[in-house]
Write a protein that binds this ligand. Sequence first.
Ligand code: F6P
Length: 379
Amino acid sequence: MAKHIGILTAGGDSPGLNAAIRAIGKSAVSRDDKQNIRVIGFKDGFRGLMENRTIRLEGEILSNILTLGGTILGTSRDKPHKMPVGGQLMDMTDVMVENYHRHHLDALVCIGGGGTQKNAYRLAKKGINIITLPKTIDNDVAGTDYTFGFNTAMEIATRAMDRLHSTAHSHHRIIVVEVMGHNTGWIALGAGIASGADVILIPEIPYDINKISGAIRHRLHRGKNFSIVAVAEGALSARDREEYDKLRQERERAKAKKNIQKLDKIRKKMADFSRRRATNTLRLSKLLEQLTGLETRLTILGHLQRGGTPSAFDRALATQLGAACTCAIREEKFGVMVAIQNNQTVLVPLKEIIGKRKNVPLDHAWIESVQRVGVSLGM
Ligand code: F6P
């Protein structure tokens, strides 16, 4: 029977993390004292596990955090097998395993996105009882219909675009809005639909700038002299997508042949590509101004989408998954992610989702519906 568990939050923060911590902590307390589980938190993700920095998660510390954004535990993007230590990257998984045993833990709960699932699995392979929860505003974790944080980010982006709509309308401008989402378009698509964006660009559908300007000009002909263009940060033009895919294939070939010189060259080219990519949306908005003759402004929502209080949906989801996590620990079900599929809580084996990303499927109902209402997807 589990008596002691640890929790850490890793990767980018996300609204709903505290709701999940609270749910685990509160459901660890039982009416029967003998069934109580003591919970500790490791600070700042895997780094805190390595440095053995902990806090007790009980009583007052779990009160008043349901609505709080961020994570009371702190987080970091550190990876157990590539930890920056004394100016070097070191594999610190064994130290983490040692600290797990130092606290006589029966399970470690790792709350995070795709990267965290991978890192947690690395520790599971070292014999630790791991259980994970899926959080990220990007909604890109495989094996779950939703990650907590996504709904809040979509809501924030929607509200922002609602506001941009009225100013775009008054000034007869194009407003290009860049939202987060890493390499997926869930936030752009969801918020784009909800706010009535005229163009939605997502990484899953490479775009053609002429098709976008065509759609905006078509609106002009119909007397609509403003447009809102919602762009996922990872969206790429068809040409850039082709270049990127080619570089990735070359990298894989060089890796297979162990051609270090070639690998170095390709890595440099990929780094150049990423630098250019960071200003893609700016270049896109300038081009649209040239091609349409409409004054264009760019708004990048950035980390606004990750901050602040979680939506009701995310609080409920995080509580559902957190409470189910404690249940699974009591039943000694490990090496799994507690997920939501078709409104049911399910336990998904980590090995089934590691290294997979949940893209927006091209036959997703949201894609079909935006096309039906005449939104351009830039293709
Ligand atoms: O994964 C969440 C996310 O917000 C992505 O949407 C974004 O690309 C990235 O994190 C930003 O990371 P950071 O907070 O490290 O700048």
